[in-house]
Design a protein around this ligand. Sequence first.
Ligand SMILES: [Zn+2]
Length: 334
Amino acid sequence: MKYVILVLTILLVSCSGYEDSRIDPSFQPEIEESDLHKDGEVETLFANNSKGVNIVIMGDGFVRNDLQINGAYEQEVKEQIDFLFTIPPFKGREQFFNVHIVYTESQETGVDGFNDTTYDTALDLRLSENNFFNAPRAIVFVNDEEVVYKYAERAVPARENIHLIMIVSKGSFINGAANGIMAIASENNLETMVHEVGHALGGLADEYFFEENRDENYDASFVNNLDNTNDLTAIKWNYIAAHPNYSDFVGAYEGGGYVPNNVWRPEQESLMKGGWRFFNTPSREQIVKRIHEINELPYSFEDDFINNDEFVRSSKQGTSKLYLPLQGCVSTKK
Ligand SMILES: [Zn+2]
């Protein structure tokens, strides 16, 4: 007993009075390998359907410490997926999807071109100054798609079966972009990521516009959420505008595709315009059609869309005061 008390006394003495000078606040204990996700590791969040839409989500610029189990990387990508599936028409359609995380380990946090610096990151994203509609904008791009596919194919080995790659960029301080099937956004930028998914999976166009582009034209013939006519009997979404569920708010609102004139969008607000957490009705339908196409399922407007569509009426839409053009966002379709 005396021995135990002696040991406790020594411990108490040795633990008191030294803490301020002996603890280095920047010191981080070495993390055990077993507490880390490995570079290239796959975690499947849900695998619902062998013919389903295969999503692979990855991070870039996340360093070793971020790869802790339940750490920054894991939490960020799971938050992105959770948010995506709160947005109609993804909401409630999880059964049509398979979602995989692939972990990547970067040596540095950042994106090439930021501060004129090159960063050693796993997916090698880069910022590029583009003179986009008369204004220089820094847009994030995939430097080398092969690098990205090499990681994505760890989850979905046949490249043609990868339908959407979501990339979260840490430390890039940009909004986002879509390169083909790749949707890119910086961390915590949940709405921007869904907007980029609208490009990358739905083939949707940007609906925001800049008043100064009065002399520019936008050819809407290749997209389903903009049209160059405002004739509601001829417009692409005429059957939606005529439907009693939607007729009081789906119409023709001028401006979209970066230009304010001679192009019309279907509703006042939409995620493809920015600042709003809803896709407009033709955009939701386009995404549902794409989901059915990939799943090789027949599609019916009545049975597969209207009967389980969640929408916001125009009286609730107004014109968003939070409207922020998604500057730097651009879609490059293959
Ligand atoms: Zn966009």
